[in-house]
Design a protein around this ligand. Structure first.
Ligand code: ADP
Ligand code: MG
Length: 730
């Protein structure tokens, strides 16, 4: 595409008028959750006995009988119809990307040749979407063919357009999870049980522990017209070729800069729509890379936060198009500048309002704080390889280790205060640390921990799992992934660590050791055990890679090999013991992840090959011919010596083009061959490894030459919008 045409395309996108924002002066507090069947609406639309029953189902997980479900469905239908809904759908999160839905109208025959609007408890509670087109990783062949979706009452239903959306889990008929939500709910249940018991050492009135998640969603926006002219972006979500823009993020002028007007209008529209759907949007800003932005809500209970993130991602795609943009959620849409992550801020809190990962006022609070910090470290230490497996993908692999992204080694940064504290505990002996004055009074020789850990704003940006004052921030999660994958592992692993902790403490208590002393003893033991995961230094350095390996941490960088952690014995044992996933389910999940990896790389390789052969080489050849014509004409018109001098540069250019082009042609053939060889491998794991080891490096190698050609070839001829055009919204 010539540059004039390219700008024409931008212009077209430009002409699109942003969606009209609401005229009214309505405030967010007035329209928040307008389209959500909240408790308040339940109270309004349901008989009071049904409302009470539903609260019990939501809060305590008690079971739902059909009569109650029918009554709830009736109230929901009435509410949804008042908002214009005519359909309903079960909304679930299969192991592909994104969410799935299948709409059914509220209509039913009335028996007299007409129709009535109907929505029953049965339709609310369970549906049977044809499971056969969703990935199940062999579960279907091993078990039962059909799957069904079941209502998750803990996540409220909502209305989008004319459809009542019902959050559900998706499982096979024999009960195996076919989605992210079923194991997530089990992991949350496990961590609730384990953490409640530990919290009760300190606060006997605690009856529930809630896992909280506050995600920060990073994304890029590009002009819709330019996007349409980049087949690679369209098909893979990232640019497979493209030379650096002379200016990108080196001036640090985008981060927290003023938001371009068109983008601000998109953000506003997005926020209003998200707030109406109950997503508590809070923060928006420019990110480090040009055209990169972030949206973060206020944290919520993890189950709901996961649903809200999925909802937000689909809203982002939709709203962006109304503003002449495309939203890119790929972790590395552009080489050479920052990629996008989804930081997952995670913590535990009790139903009595205590933040378990935040320091408190009393010595007991401090010991509780240390317990939860150290047991989290125990979990991350033991399952560092699995945590990495939970966030790795063909796409996130491009991001990790570059820009602001954490490296492919999981470690935890704690900040100076907590590090010093752990060191102090580790080095002192029991009697120095704890003394009992009178019956209850406990004195801990633990330096006072300020309630606000201010110096934790001295962020270590390279740490994948950083403590940030009252929570941990898991930064390695990819921008387009479902955060449930990471949350299943994290909550499950912490549940296991806390269960182990309690067993050991109880053993000491049974031997007559006072409980606080027993806790302190085990905490100190665990500080030592989990020490290798604690790292305050530069995660990018080569020394860290060597040291991390010596510490026994997983330093694997190849995505297919990282995925193997899903079947490590300690993984299988943790998921079995915490009742989260069975071995068969884990095998299925791994199979799907490997398959997805292969397909992603395969698609990239195909589109890349097409672009090289159909776009790049023809254009390079055309430009080469133009140069050759020019050379001949000069030769005809000027004396030999003079012509020679005049042609020197052009001849050199022709040579360079030739060299790059023949490299590209030859290597593209190799790329096809590498795919062919890989495709013949029967073991899926080995096939994924072959794609990683042979196909991916070829893509990189060929790209280098394409990008060089981009610098040489006449801009008028270059067929693809360039980075400098894609990256700066006008
Ligand atoms: P930053 O970019 O500085 O890390 P943001 O304000 O963008 O911070 O996002 C921080 C996220 O962490 C928000 O979603 C916030 O609600 C969430 N958060 C704050 N406190 C907690 C907590 N105790 N547990 C979980 N998430 C939290
Ligand atoms: Mg953050």
């Amino acid at each position: 595409m010539s540059s004039s045409l390219r700008f024409h395309v931008v212009g077209k996108a430009f002409e699109k008028k942003p969606v009209e924002l609401p005229e009214s002066k309505e405030r967010p507090s007035e329209y928040f959750a307008k389209y959500v069947f909240t408790r308040q609406k339940m109270q309004q639309y349901l008989p009071s006995s049904v409302y009470e029953k539903m609260c019990d189902v939501i809060d305590n997980g008690s079971s739902l009988d059909l009569a109650t479900a029918n009554a709830v469905a009736e109230g929901m239908k009435q509410w949804a119809m008042e908002l214009g809904a005519t359909h309903c759908t079960h909304w679930f999160q299969p192991l592909t990307e994104g969410t799935a839905e299948k709409h059914d109208g509220f209509v039913e025959h009335d028996g007299r040749g007409g129709m009535v609007e109907e929505f029953t408890g049965k339709e609310l509670v369970q549906q049977e979407p044809d499971a056969s087109s969703f990935p199940s990783g062999g579960i279907r062949s091993t078990f039962e063919a059909r799957g069904y979706s079941a209502w998750d009452p803990a996540s409220p239903v909502f209305v989008i357009g004319d459809t009542l959306m019902i959050p559900t889990v998706f499982i096979s008929y024999t009960g195996e999870a076919l989605d992210y939500k079923a194991p997530l709910k089990k992991a949350l249940h496990a961590v609730n049980q384990a953490a409640t018991e530990v919290a009760r050492y300190f606060y006997p009135d605690v009856s529930k522990v809630i896992s909280n998640l506050g995600w920060e969603q990073e994304y890029f926006l590009v002009d819709e017209g330019l996007y349409a002219a980049r087949p690679d972006l369209l098909m893979t979500g990232r640019t497979l070729m493209g030379h650096d823009s002379a200016k990108n993020q080196q001036m640090d002028d985008h981060y927290f800069g003023s938001i371009p007007e068109r983008v601000a209008s998109f953000m506003k529209d997005l926020e209003i729509q998200a707030l109406k759907l109950g997503v508590p949007c809070k923060t928006r800003h420019n990110e480090a890379a040009p055209n990169q932005f972030e949206l973060a809500p206020i944290f919520e209970e993890t189950n709901l936060a996961v649903d809200h993130n999925m909802l937000l991602m689909s809203l982002m795609h939709r709203v962006a198009r109304h503003h002449g943009f495309r939203c890119l959620l790929h972790e590395k849409p552009f080489a050479g500048i920052n990629g996008s992550g989804k930081h997952c801020n995670w913590s535990l809190a009790t139903n009595t309002g205590i933040q378990l990962h935040a320091p408190g006022r009393t010595p007991a609070d401090n010991l509780r704080f240390l317990t939860f910090i150290v047991e989290t470290l125990m979990a991350v230490h033991k399952h560092n390889a699995l945590l990495k497996a939970s966030i790795i993908s063909a796409t996130n692999a491009h991001r990790l280790g570059g820009g602001e992204a954490p490296p492919t080694i999981i470690s935890s940064f704690l900040g100076k205060q907590i590090s010093d504290l752990l060191k102090h505990l580790e080095e002192s002996d029991d009697d120095e640390l704890i003394s009992f004055a009178g019956k209850q009074a406990l004195s801990l020789d633990i330096p006072q921990i300020p309630e606000l850990l201010l110096d934790n704003t001295d962020r270590n940006r390279t740490s994948p799992f950083a403590f940030t004052g009252n929570r941990f921030e898991f930064r390695a999660v990819g921008s387009q992934s479902n955060c449930a994958a990471a949350m299943i592992v994290l909550n499950g692993a912490v549940a296991e660590a806390l269960t182990n902790f309690k067993e050991r403490v109880d053993r000491l208590i049974a031997q007559g050791v006072p409980s606080m002393k027993a806790i302190l003893k085990i905490v100190r033991e665990d500080i030592r055990t989990s020490k290798p995961i604690h790292f305050e230094g530069n995660g990018y350095s080569e020394e860290w890679r060597t040291e991390a390996a010596a510490r026994g941490l997983d330093v694997e960088q190849s995505a297919p090999l990282i995925l193997d952690a899903y079947l490590r014995p300690e993984t299988v044992e943790m998921f079995r013991r915490m009742h989260i996933l069975s071995l068969a389910e884990l095998e299925a999940r791994l199979e799907i992840k490997q398959d997805t990896y292969i397909k992603k790389v395969q698609i990239e390789a195909r589109i890349f090959g097409d672009l090289c052969i159909n776009h790049i080489i023809p254009v390079a050849t055309r430009y080469q011919s133009q140069l050759m014509d020019n050379i001949h004409r000069i030769r005809e018109a000027f004396p030999e010596d003079e012509a020679k001098a005049m042609n020197a540069d052009n001849i050199s250019l022709v040579r360079q083009i030739s060299q790059h082009a023949s490299f590209i042609t030859a290597q593209t053939e190799q790329l096809v061959e590498a795919r062919r060889v890989a495709n013949r491998i029967t073991s899926q794991r080995e096939r994924a490894i072959a794609y990683h080891d042979t196909v991916v490096p070829l893509l990189e190698r060929i790209r280098y030459h394409v990008d060089k050609l981009e610098l040489i070839v006449d801009d008028e001829l270059w067929p693809l919008p360039k980075y400098r055009e894609l990256l700066f919204i006008r």
